[in-house]
Design a protein around this ligand. Sequence first.
Ligand SMILES: *[C@@H]1O[C@H](CO)[C@@H](O)[C@H](O)[C@H]1NC(C)=O
Ligand SMILES: *[C@@H]1O[C@H](CO)[C@@H](O)[C@H](O)[C@H]1NC(C)=O
Ligand SMILES: *[C@@H]1O[C@H](CO)[C@@H](O)[C@H](O)[C@H]1NC(C)=O
Length: 305
Amino acid sequence: MRGLAVLALISFASLASAKSTFGEACDQADSHLDADTWALVTDCDPQYYCAANGTCANKGCRRDIYPFGYTGVAYSDLPPLCAEGQFCPDEGDQCLTQAPSGGQCQKDRDDECSPPPDQKLYAGYLNTNGSICLNYICYWANVSVGQTCVDENTAYTAYTATGSSYSFIISRDNCANGLYCDGTSLQCIKAKELNAACSGNKECLSYNCEASGKCGHAADEPLHPKPWVYVIIGLGILALIVGVMVSLWFMHRKTRKENQVKLEQYYREQIAYRQSIMSMSHAKNSLLSLPPNTVSYHSQSWSLS
Ligand SMILES: *[C@@H]1O[C@H](CO)[C@@H](O)[C@H](O)[C@H]1NC(C)=O
Ligand SMILES: *[C@@H]1O[C@H](CO)[C@@H](O)[C@H](O)[C@H]1NC(C)=O
Ligand SMILES: *[C@@H]1O[C@H](CO)[C@@H](O)[C@H](O)[C@H]1NC(C)=O
């Protein structure tokens, strides 16, 4: 396992070292989108972009708060984030102003499009603040039922933990929330409720078309236990409390009985001591109170017998 990790690290390092660093030569013609992930690939390290003069130059902006490829760089030395109304393009050379509806955008970069005036109404799971980039053109996700829509299907490749790959398709469109763009009629249709038949995630309100061909629960839907579950749990807690109290009562009764027996024994012993002490002192007193001749009488009687 560790050997594998080291191997992966070495291959990653050799891959990274194949890239140019600051000031080294690069060719903008080599820049392209990765066929599996649709991420931009250039001749330069992730910290640099390929400038027009054919060298790798420092990036002028960043998209992420903690961007990839900047290990060991102080937070304050990172290129700046862009202001609202601006975006940092895939190349990361400089902040640009968001494009209006109908303008150009880069692959999957909804944030490069300026949002519609009523962005809260149209903001959704598959767009950014109500604007969406489809086929490199900006749209507002505002098309209503029965109206003509635009859709874009993108195949991505994903890798499992064991290294095998599988591909999945994400279909996005400019229909308003709760609607989806039908692939053949290219019209917005109401998305389906739970357990309705479906052939793709986008057809379901929950965005989860299960393998059985029915709309399932959303992946982030919280669990709502049935009322009887609460009743069972409540009864269980009550039974536990009663059980503990009853067993404590039995335990207490047992120790109380044992203590009672001990106390009675002690009491009897004390009484017996007291009686023997009393009878002894009584004997002594009676001996002392006897007239002297009585003793002699006794000795006499012994001698007689
Ligand atoms: C190439 O362009 C970049 C960005 O404008 C600049 O920082 C760099 O100094 C230029 N390099 C040369 C050799 O002109
Ligand atoms: C989306 O809208 C919010 C609130 O108006 C804003 O803070 C955020 O920057 C916007 N996102 C983008 C990518 O423009
Ligand atoms: C919907 O968005 C388009 C631009 O994509 C715009 O021209 C149109 O006026 C919008 N419609 C509504 C009802 O907001």
